[in-house]
Design a protein around this ligand. Structure first.
Ligand code: ADP
Ligand code: MG
Length: 636
């Protein structure tokens, strides 16, 4: 027996495994999605490495994922074996990748999860990449056999096994006593718990892959299937199944098909072109057990299909599995085109149904991570480098598949590629289009939800993105003294005759209802003017950037400079009236100036008050109390 090296799990891993096992029990089935996603990552890595180091993979040995259930003799329990021909892991990598947590954010996750926040646990499992440990949701014991590819740098890799039980605080890593059975890649064997034996059923597995993973892997996923069939006695040739399935080798010719050793041979056969076989006449029929690798994800990926033939359900499922979100998307756009660089592409853009929890907490760190750039269905990068999306747009989820980017380029040159430059502008354009479509559409609920989730993001965009400021600002909605959800355009339509200013009152943190009671709008309200009631920090900043809308200036009603402009009042008459009042109150004004002249800049007769006797207002050019507060905080 080969030497086993016993390792202790890093303490965080032990905690984490416990949380995953306990809190995700109701999501047990996700283990398969997680393992397939890892296999997919490993295959992508291999392909990427081989772009610069041909010795790693010359393109011959196929890249794929296989799933095989092996029932125990007694028919009760069994093993589930998930293999890939990807990048594999050295013994050190087995130890480090599966036994320690090197990821940032894990302690945040642990804190949240231990605080009992199970929905967060569900959502975060993808984000934090806790994928592998989900194996223990269904398995008592997990064995991972793995071997990196033979290459110039590593000419003699040795297949190793990582082995651990669900309740162990340790794991073993040792050379695989079977030798090199994989050739290259990773084979994960799950010794299923008694209550997880449903995952030995091919129908269950096939349904699960279709549900969670069918569109998300660009590599073929094969399921080992076994069934009884009546066949002609003499026939030794495989019976071709459905021509749609790009299957596969007929495994019944290998007598010890339960033995994992044979899988390699089968896997290698998989990509052979299907042959058209003319079935011989079959006089004598017998029952035999048939075995076959069936391709599960034979459909082209969703983005490559015609939108006309895609159901809403398919979009939802694609989104949740591809972007690892438990919630359905709020909206999406499926489009194709030619970038002006000449690159043809197909793309799917999704709005999630909520923003990441840390979106407003860590604004500067927030960087788009869900822009998946593919070339001919092969994942290339999520990193747009210098062309990365601005913060306000960074939450969008996009998969974009280009037809003809030169594949043989390093990531650095890819980032300076013209197409990458256009990508950013294109995504932003589409986002604004989708916002607009929803805001102008018939689905009021959806529009409300959009404002609820992305209202502030739209305002941030209008502040951040000078080029798209107009468009984004026109999508912004505000509460006024008269109604909710008012846009700047709607406000102007509702303008009173002769009104030459757009009125607003801003107080951050207050409720619009409270602002509506403010003395500053008493008279405006009484005269039927609409006043924006701004309660978000971004509101006032946005208006500061805009200054005017369609040529009409904004006017803070708490500042000097307010003009009513009612046409029903004769300007001459109004002047007269004002003069009279000024004379009448002259003694009071002088008295007040004398008493409080050191504290305030000026004391003037007000035209804006109806019920309240007096108000303290900011100077027209000065800061309102809010901005002054914010400036003080910023300088502190
Ligand atoms: P994540 O996939 O988010 O990194 P996981 O827990 O799913 O987190 O996997 C941990 C790490 O283990 C991966 O980052 C990868 O390095 C390694 N790994 C897991 N499965 C495989 C596999 N099939 N082939 C190669 N490496 C793997
Ligand atoms: Mg993973």
């Amino acid at each position: 027996e080969t030497a086993k090296v016993k390792h202790n799990y890093q303490s965080d891993v032990a905690r984490l495994r416990k949380i995953v096992i306990n809190s995700l029990y109701s999501h047990q089935e996700i283990f398969l999605r997680e393992l397939i996603s890892n296999a997919n990552d490993a295959l992508e890595k291999l392909r990427l490495v081989s772009l610069t180091d041909k010795s790693v993979w010359d393109g011959s040995n196929p890249l794929n994922i296989t799933i095989k259930a092996v029932k125990d003799e007694d028919g009760k329990g069994g093993r589930l074996i998930i293999s890939d021909t990807g990048i594999g892991m050295s013994p050190e990598e087995l130890t480090n990748n599966l036994g320690t947590l090197a990821k940032s954010g894990t302690s945040d996750f642990l804190a949240k999860a231990e605080g009992g926040d199970t929905t967060a646990t569900g959502n975060l499992i993808g984000a934090f990449g806790l994928g592998f440990y989900s194996s223990f949701l269904v398995a008592d014991r997990v064995e991972v056999a793995s071997i990196p590819p033979r290459s110039e740098k590593n000419p003699q890799p040795v297949q190793h096994v990582f082995s651990s039980s669900a309740d162990d605080s340790t794991f073993d890593v040792y050379p695989d006593p079977r030798g090199n059975t994989l050739g290259r890649g990773t084979e994960i064997t799950l010794f299923l718990k008694p209550d997880a034996s449903e995952y030995l059923e091919e129908a269950t597995l096939s349904a699960l892959v279709n549900k969670h993973s069918a569109f998300s892997s660009s590599f073929p996923i094969y399921l080992f299937e076994r069934w009884t069939e009546e066949v002609p006695d003499e026939s030794e040739v495989p019976v071709p199944t459905d021509t749609e399935t790009t299957s596969a080798a007929e495994a019944s010719s290998t007598p010890t098909s339960e033995d994992v050793d044979v899988d390699e041979a089968i896997v290698e056969d998989i990509t052979k072109e299907e042959e058209k076989i003319i079935e011989p006449p079959a006089p004598k029929m017998i029952n035999v057990t048939k075995e076959q690798w069936t391709r599960l994800n034979s459909q082209p990926p969703l983005w490559a299909r015609d939108p006309k033939n895609i159901t809403e359900d398919e979009y939802n499922l694609f989104y949740t599995s591809f972007f690892k979100d438990f919630d359905k998307p709020l909206a999406w756009q499926h489009f194709s085109g030619d970038a002006s660089s000449g690159t043809a592409f197909k793309a799917l853009l999704f709005f999630p149904s909520k923003l990441g929890e840390d979106f407003w907490q860590k604004p500067l760190e927030y960087r788009a991570k869900d822009i998946k750039l593919m070339v001919k269905r092969v994942f290339i990068t999520s990193d747009l480098g210098d062309n990365s999306l601005p913060q306000w747009a960074s939450w969008v989820k996009v998969v974009i598949d280009a037809e003809d980017l030169p594949l043989n380029v390093s990531r650095e040159t890819l980032q300076s590629n013209r197409f990458m430059k256009q990508l950013r502008a294109m995504i932003i354009k589409r986002m604004i289009q989708l916002f607009t479509k929803i805001m102008e559409g018939d689905d009021e609920k959806k529009a409300d939800k959009l404002q609820e989730v992305f209202g502030s993001v739209i305002k941030l965009g209008a502040v951040e993105d000078q080029r798209n400021r107009e468009k984004l600002a026109s999508l912004a909605r505000f509460t006024t003294n008269q109604r909710n959800n008012t846009s700047f355009d709607k406000y102007l339509e509702n303008r009173k005759k002769g009104q030459k200013q757009i009125f607003y009152l801003a107080e951050i943190g207050k409720k619009p209802e409270d602002l509506a009671q403010s003395i500053f709008i008493e008279k405006l309200h009484a005269r039927g003017y609409e006043v924006f009631l701004l309660t978000e920090p971004l509101d006032e900043i946005l208006i500061g950037h805009l200054r005017e809308w369609k040529g009409i200036p904004f006017q803070d009603v708490a500042k000097a400079g307010l003009k009513f402009g009612d046409e029903d009042l004769d300007p001459e008459e109004e002047k007269e009236e004002k003069k009279e009042l000024e004379e009448k109150f002259q003694p009071l004004v002088s008295y007040l100036k004398e008493r409080i002249g050191d504290t305030v800049r000026d004391v003037v007769l007000s035209e804006r008050l109806v019920k309240s006797p007096c108000a303290i207002v900011a100077d027209a050019g000065g800061y309102t109390a809010n901005v002054a507060k914010m400036m003080a905080a910023a300088n502190a």
